[in-house]
Design a protein around this ligand. Structure first.
Ligand code: PLP
Length: 422
């Protein structure tokens, strides 16, 4: 049905029909959850071989006794793993603890309190702010919000952030000191930045405040579902543009091995790393090198890591197909929703008609299906058009996901018709 062309009577009949279906579903008292992008138990099993892999051999190849204190930068073999994932020189990598988000927090704090590479601390600016491509990752926004760093929305396109808007904002405002980027299989839109976008980002260091940094969170660098999707190398681009200090990169094995028990990496120019290390030194004597050695042994060669990621993809693919086929079937010939077909990562981003997302989330919750709160993908939790909903298909078993998606599409239809009737 074409919702815009429908008469009021047609809409009322449709609402009645959909509501009857919805009430029947509510009677089932479902309890399903498609909120956070967590790996499923099947995915976690792929890495169970980490347990016991050291078998009493705690020394790394360079002789380091991993049981003891020390080594702020992490074990060389772990740094090599990070260098392979991010495609950067190993000297520019620190292998940290279990969370890249912690490293990001630390990196933002370094800029805020002390400044990078001799530049003024951001806290001394009148109104320091980050550009936030939206929809984006809520935990990035939470870091800025907690530190009182302002956030400016920039629309995401199918080739990355709207670069005309980014450049115009940076030229106008010297207090813009950062931008959040998830450059491959972006959270939540699944978009991979085009080569042109990467090049234009690499040039920002020429026009921005010298303290400006791109926070390049490459969380899904190796999380391709099918064929490998190529992301242009930001380090190479910044070196060529003489802006190498303008980018700080992050990655982790959270969605490679055991989430919450993996390794995290940060990579940057030597000047940036020096600023970062100065702060880290006061925070820790060093990371968990035993876990680093476990990972380095588990992925003794990069090809093993690739094979491992292929196994993840085999588990994830049917789940993405399930979500996408529900959306196709329900909305292919309508304008009740828009979405991208991601080639990797962890999410499907769905846009309702304006003003419907919060109602969809509420209806789904009442029917026993938990969705990420509407607005979560925007700074301060405010989606100005109330449209975006992030679907995370990885965690539930396929049959539960299938049921959850049936409920989801029904809630979208019901909320859209009700909105039209207002
Ligand atoms: N960055 C992005 C874009 C994510 O989607 C996630 C997890 O969902 C993280 C970072 C968290 O990473 P970590 O577990 O390494 O802290």
């Amino acid at each position: 049905m074409d919702i815009d062309a429908a008469t009021r009577e047609q809409l009322q009949n449709w609402e009645k029909e959909l509501n009857a279906q919805y009430q029947r579903i509510c009677e089932h008292e479902l309890s399903l959850d498609i909120t956070r992008g967590k790996p499923s138990a099947d995915q976690l099993h792929l890495s169970d071989g980490l347990d016991g892999i050291l078998n009493g051999e705690y020394r790394a190849a360079d002789g380091t006794d991993t049981r003891n204190y020390g080594g702020l930068e992490g074990l060389m073999c772990a740094r090599e793993l990070g260098a392979d994932i991010l495609q950067v020189p190993v000297e520019e990598v620190i292998a940290g603890g279990n969370s890249s988000l912690t490293l990001m927090y630390c990196a933002v704090l370094t800029g805020y309190l002390f400044g990078y590479a001799g530049n003024k601390p951001w806290k001394e600016l009148e109104a320091p702010k980050f550009l936030c491509p939206v929809p984006g990752y809520d935990r990035h926004f939470a870091i800025c919000e907690q530190l009182g760093i302002g956030m400016v929305n920039v629309p995401m396109t199918d080739s990355g952030p709207d670069m005309d808007a980014v450049e115009a904002l940076i030229e106008k405002d010297r207090d813009i000191i950062g931008i959040w980027c998830v450059p491959k299989f972006s959270n939540p839109t699944g978009v991979t930045y085009s080569a042109e976008t990467v090049e234009r980002l690499a040039q920002l260091g020429r026009i921005a405040n010298p303290g400006f940094r791109i926070f390049w969170d490459n969380a899904y660098a190796i999380h391709d579902l099918d064929n490998q999707v190529n992301l242009a190398n930001i380090r190479t681009a910044t070196v060529e543009n003489d802006t190498a200090d303008s980018v700080i990169q992050f990655a982790s094995t959270s969605k490679v091995t055991h989430a919450g028990a993996g390794l995290a990496f940060v990579s940057a120019s030597s000047d940036n790393l020096a600023s970062l290390k100065k702060q880290m030194q006061a925070m820790t004597i060093g990371p968990d090198k035993i876990n680093q050695l476990r990972h380095a042994r588990f992925f003794a060669e990069f090809t093993l890591l690739k094979e491992h990621m292929h196994k993840h993809a085999q588990i994830l693919k049917p789940k993405f197909q399930c979500v996408l086929s529900h959306l196709e079937k329900a909305f292919k010939d309508s304008d009740l929703g828009e979405w991208e077909n991601p080639l990797g990562g962890y999410f499907v981003s769905f846009n309702t008609r304006p003003g419907c997302a919060a109602a969809v989330v509420e209806l789904a919750a009442q029917a026993g299906v938990k969705l990420t709160p509407a607005g979560a993908t925007f700074p301060y939790g405010v989606d100005p058009e109330d449209r975006n909903i992030r679907i995370a298909p990885s965690f539930p078993p396929l049959d539960e996901l299938d049921t959850a998606m049936s409920v989801f599409v029904l809630c979208v239809k019901l909320a859209s018709v009700r909105k039209q009737l207002e």
